[in-house]
Design a protein around this ligand. Structure first.
Ligand code: AMP
Length: 427
């Protein structure tokens, strides 16, 4: 029996791999332009990090973590999200003593034991940013702006930015009490999970997928009624700067997102083109998380997007991403000119041209077919006769024109031909 990939995972190959790479490069260029620097954290962490960071009563920690014991008896977990690991690294390496805020970005796989469906996987890729050490409302706007600009740059349209404020820990406390009071006489109607949530963390009832619970939550009190002066003020400032920079948003007081660490500004970008899994990315402030994980009080904010969902949205909208997988020059050889051809190939590559040749002993006809498949712009043909004369044949694959050229002039020709294209010549 053949071994297949585990449920909810995927092999990213062919065009999808090129799309993923394009999206990641575009994101990284933009992150760098906005002054963010890369961070890479381990794929697994001590389980406690997520229990404390994300919250014991969240669905992610209760049901979705890939937790295992290693051979040394430690409980480890494949990361389900990127923020808690970044905060752990921030504390572990004393980033607070460097210039603040720390502006970081990451790209990596996340793991959640969810029921797989279109746009929802057990291993998926995220791109994300985190800003630690500033409570400035301008930072809230910067991260939101970066998210929207990134998705727009990819060509996505009709994006919906949902915006809310989760308030600070003080507002959240009174909100939690009000929710508990509201839910108390509706216990009978709630699902088993939500019955437990009412006491442990009533806010999480908003996440429940059960229809009855959702109907009950439609009339539940909203966090906006419990904002303190400072949280209300912060939110007003964020909204007015968003208005100034021309970012439109939908106020959504029911947006609570699936992690316990969010405070104040929270947001999610949705697309009308992806059905049930319509969230492309989201995030918010987490002003209490650094302290929760053992640091001193540090305001922070971040977001993550799901790369697969972004790819799906581009496909739904028929967006042609400019994937540059074309080969500039294909080197074809006949009868004993392979090694000489290999030299020409390497020489071309050193000048910055993307070049390839056949390693499958194909006939000249087979090599031309391969060149076509690789969408080569030119084919350089070398045979024993050409070698003797110190020349090669160059075929323009678009026009079909073929001419002779001295081998010593290949470099100058290549530089002239591909100078204005994507190749960066330094020779
Ligand atoms: P979150 O980390 O839950 O805030 O999610 C941020 C983004 O990651 C979502 O908006 C999705 O685009 C993506 N995402 C979350 N969970 C999954 C999943 N199971 N499969 C694919 N993408 C996901």
């Amino acid at each position: 029996m053949k071994i297949k990939m585990p449920r909810g995972t995927s092999d990213i190959i062919f065009e999808k791999a090129a799309k993923k790479q394009y999206i990641e490069r575009l994101a990284i260029d933009l992150f760098e332009q906005f002054g963010y620097r890369p961070i890479v954290t381990p794929t697994f962490e001590h389980t406690e990090l997520f229990q404390r960071g994300i919250g014991e009563s969240t669905d992610i920690v209760r049901k979705e973590m890939y937790t295992f014991e290693d051979k040394g008896g430690r409980s480890l977990t494949l990361r389900p999200e990127g923020t808690a690991p970044v905060v752990r690294a921030y504390l572990e390496h004393g980033l607070a003593s460097k210039s603040l805020p720390a502006k970081l970005y990451y790209c990596g796989q996340m793991f959640r034991y969810e029921r797989p469906q279109a746009g929802r996987y057990r291993e998926f890729w995220q791109l994300g940013i985190e800003v630690l050490g500033s409570q400035d409302a301008l930072v809230d706007v910067e991260v939101i702006l970066l998210l929207i600009r990134f998705l727009e740059k990819i060509g996505l349209k009709d994006l919906e930015l949902h915006l809310n404020s989760m308030g600070c820990l003080v507002c959240r406390k009174s909100f939690g009490e009000a929710l508990r009071k509201y839910l108390k006489d509706k216990m009978e109607l709630l699902c088993i999970d939500c019955k437990k949530r009412v006491n442990s963390n009533p806010l999480r009832v908003f996440d429940c997928k059960n229809k009855k619970c959702q109907t009950i939550m439609k009339k539940a009190p909203l966090i906006s009624d419990f904002w303190c002066e400072s949280c209300r003020g912060h939110f007003e400032t964020v909204k007015s700067i968003l208005d100034d920079v021309g970012i439109s948003y939908i106020l959504n007081p029911a947006l609570v997102r699936g992690f316990d660490y969010y405070t104040k500004t929270t947001f999610e970008v949705r697309t009308p083109y992806l059905g049930a899994q319509n969230a492309l990315g989201g995030g918010g402030r987490y002003d209490g998380l650094v302290e929760e994980l053992g640091g001193s009080p540090t305001p922070a904010i971040g977001w993550a997007i799901g790369t697969e969902r972004v790819i799906m949205a581009t496909e739904e909208l028929n967006i042609n991403l400019p994937l540059s997988s074309n080969t500039d020059v294909f080197v074809a050889t006949i009868d004993g000119a392979r090694e000489e051809g290999f030299k020409v190939l390497n020489f071309l590559r050193e000048t910055g041209v993307s070049a390839d040749m056949d390693y499958g002993n194909r006939s000249l006809k087979g090599q031309m077919k391969l060149a076509n498949k690789l969408r080569a712009s030119y084919v350089i043909i070398l045979g024993p006769d050409e070698l003797k004369k110190g020349i090669c044949l160059i075929r323009n694959m678009n026009t079909g024109d073929q001419s002779e050229m001295q081998t010593s002039k290949i470099s100058r020709w290549a530089k002239g031909e591909f100078k204005s294209g994507k190749v960066d010549f330094n020779g």
